[in-house]
Design a protein around this ligand. Structure first.
Ligand SMILES: Cc1cc2nc3c(=O)[nH]c(=O)nc-3n(C[C@H](O)[C@H](O)[C@H](O)COP(=O)(O)OP(=O)(O)OC[C@H]3O[C@@H](n4cnc5c(N)ncnc54)[C@H](O)[C@@H]3O)c2cc1C
Length: 309
């Protein structure tokens, strides 16, 4: 049977976040981060210290065990105030926490997952390219492998969080193009590696974390940076289509829900305080229709998102 009431631990988590947001993410500060395209690292660090990044990570690596509903709750709450903080949270708890838990080698898990849980380590997705969008198996960025190293060349587009991340989770072609789905590999490339250049793209939304064009010019990385270890070489396609990216749709829905909720709450409050013709505008029938309509859509969005979680 469908449950419309939140579980007790989720309600408590929401209250904790409400207090955190009022104290550490005041409205004026969030407005400034958005205007300046700024990422408040100190707030991100405090969220990690509160244990929020550990919601996707097993206890043996310092997390509290995977809880997708709790993760979605955090995304909704944070994005209702600041997409800069909420976007970086997704890139840490989900991009890093979920993908590395599912796909990394044991050595990579031991080295990186405790850092996600404790420090909020961030991954950026380097998948799209100037001529590659929905059809990701057509990537042209290449990596040529010698014994222990790979040399990466190519261009990525729309790489969100490239300048604040610890690694760019990069999809590269590692063999002949006629085997479209076979010769793909995922790599962890530090954004400050020699030969990596970041060029900011101006965006209307998703500010703070920033979105970048990334150029790789003979970037040399160790074979240890192949996601999944050496067995991950040429095994990128099933990794890409795995559960980590599945949940990405849910992350974006939770982000949209948070943003929409904040907009509806603000519109609702404004309609009660704004007076015209001697009465609040919320008493005008056409305005009431609009408010009722957006609140209905918001509720539908909430039910769908949490049902999927
Ligand atoms: C703000 C922002 C942040 C982003 N962040 C990242 C990121 O961090 N990392 C990353 O790798 N990418 C990122 N992206 C890229 C995003 O994943 C791509 O925009 C997306 O994959 C679509 O690619 P495209 O824009 O090239 O559109 P295209 O793939 O060129 O599609 C154009 C249109 O055709 C439609 N279409 C395409 N193929 C089909 C099909 N088979 N059937 C029906 N319709 C189809 C699409 O729906 C779309 O309407 C970001 C994009 C934006 C806007």
């Amino acid at each position: 049977m469908l449950q419309f009431q939140e579980a007790e631990h989720i309600a408590l988590l929401r209250q904790t976040l409400e207090r955190f947001i009022e104290r550490d993410m005041p409205r004026e500060a969030a407005r400034e981060w958005d205007r300046m395209n700024h990422f408040p690292r100190a707030v991100h660090d405090k969220l990690a210290a509160l244990g929020m990044m550990g919601l996707t990570i097993d206890e043996e690596y310092g997390g509290t065990g995977r809880d997708i509903t709790a993760t979605v709750t955090v995304i909704e709450q944070l994005c209702a105030r600041s997409v800069s903080v909420g976007g970086a949270y997704i890139q840490s708890a989900c991009y890093a926490g979920l993908n590395l838990s599912e796909l990394a080698s044991d050595a990579q898990k031991a080295a990186l997952l405790p850092r996600v849980a404790a420090e909020g380590l961030i991954l950026a997705y380097g998948i799209s390219e100037p001529d590659v969008g929905a059809d990701v198996a057509s990537v042209r960025t290449t990596a040529t492998r010698t014994e222990d190293t790979l040399v990466v060349n190519g261009n990525k587009r729309f790489c969100s969080g490239a300048a604040i991340c610890d690694y760019i989770y990069t999809l590269v072609r590692t063999g002949p193009t006629d085997q479209r789905h076979k010769n793909l590999t995922l790599l962890l490339i530090p954004p400050n590696a020699p030969g990596v250049t970041l060029l900011p793209q101006e965006t209307m939304g998703l500010r703070g974390v920033g979105t970048y064009d990334v150029h790789f010019n003979n970037v040399e990385i160790s074979a240890n940076q192949i996601v999944g270890g050496l067995s991950g070489f040429n095994a990128g396609w099933p990794m890409l289509a795995g559960p980590g990216l599945d949940i990405e749709k849910l992350e974006i829905s939770a982000m949209a829900l948070g943003i929409a909720r904040a907009a509806v709450e603000d519109a609702w409050a404004y309609s009660q305080e704004r007076f015209q013709f001697g009465k609040p505008i919320c008493s005008i029938q056409s305005i009431r229709h609009m408010l009722a309509d957006v609140k209905t859509r918001l509720e539908a969005c909430r039910l769908m998102t949490y049902r999927a979680a």
